[in-house]
Design a protein around this ligand. Structure first.
Ligand code: ADP
Ligand code: MG
Length: 272
């Protein structure tokens, strides 16, 4: 959809439908959707643009009806009719293809009757259109993870199945410092006569394994400016932990290679 938005205005986008493959059965399910595009490109220019997007998204030639990362078809173009060997508009098989018609009916009421005639949920042998919903355990789990991610100040969430593609969400960087919450909390160590207002606790920004940077930060060390003290490795990603300014390192609260929790205190720094 983001790519389509580069060739025109996205006026409407259907829901996503999971559909069983047809034509060639031994392949994963497809995901189908329809979009209404408001574009200045003519039909042929549009076809070229769509094919470029397919290539950019990684589509490689395969046998017809075989698995593909993306397939962009023109279902119709205003009321234009074209019948050439490499471009037929409206799409000749639109009215037979439930997987195209059902998403289209989402965004264009003129196709609702035709979609209903093919049977929204009846098994016609061609495909089964299923909307994504919470009854799909995996999708429900991903949704819950994303919702949880939004409530924290974590910067990245990566969801993957073993040996499979991953999806990764990233939060827009706050300034240049991804090391943690900007509003560093103050800690008052009991029984210590430190000036509390000057002590800052640097906490782990993710759940993972902490690695202390070389030279290993030791208590008493002076820190010039913003320095990377350590990083937390989580899901193969290196998440730097910075000193967030100059000061004197008062305490190193973890050891190299230790598993840390989100928010666990790692360093105490006295601001000078
Ligand atoms: P399909 O979309 O049928 O699964 P392809 O994506 O491989 O198969 O398309 C094969 C050819 O269909 C394309 O090279 C294109 O020239 C042609 N074609 C004809 N009409 C259209 C249309 N309306 N939209 C997209 N491609 C079309
Ligand atoms: Mg196609």
């Amino acid at each position: 959809m983001a790519q389509l938005a580069t060739v025109g205005g996205l006026a409407a986008v259907s829901r996503l439908y999971r559909t069983k493959p047809w034509g060639y059965g031994d392949q994963p399910e497809f995901i189908n959707a329809a979009a209404l595009l408001d574009t200045a490109l003519g039909p042929r220019e549009l076809l070229n643009a769509l094919q470029q997007i397919e290539t950019r998204l990684g589509r490689r030639p395969t046998h017809r009806w075989g698995p593909r990362v993306i397939d962009l078809d023109i279902l119709y173009y205003a009321d234009v009719r074209i019948n050439e060997p490499d471009l037929i508009i409206p799409h000749p098989r639109l009215l037979e293809r439930r997987f195209a018609l059902v998403p289209l009916a989402d965004i264009d009421p003129r196709y609702r009757d035709a979609a209903a005639r093919l049977g929204y949920s009846a098994q016609s042998g061609e495909c089964t259109a299923l909307m994504f919903d919470e009854s799909d355990q995996l999708i429900g789990r991903v949704r819950r993870l994303v919702a949880a991610f939004e409530e924290t100040d974590l910067v990245r969430l990566r969801v993957s199945e073993e040996g499979d593609d991953a999806i990764e969400l990233r939060r827009a960087p706050r300034g240049t410092n991804l090391a943690g919450p900007p509003d560093a909390e103050r800690a008052i160590a009991p029984g210590q006569a430190r000036e509390p207002a000057a002590l800052e606790v640097i906490k782990a920004n993710l759940v993972g394994i902490v690695h202390l940077n070389k030279p290993v930060p030791v208590p008493g060390a002076r820190l010039e400016d913003d320095r990377e003290l350590a990083y937390v490795e989580a899901l193969g990603i290196r998440n730097p932990v910075n000193s967030r300014g100059s000061g004197r390192l008062v305490a190193v609260l973890v050891s190299d290679g230790e598993a840390v929790e989100y928010g666990q205190p790692l360093f105490e720094i006295e601001r000078v």
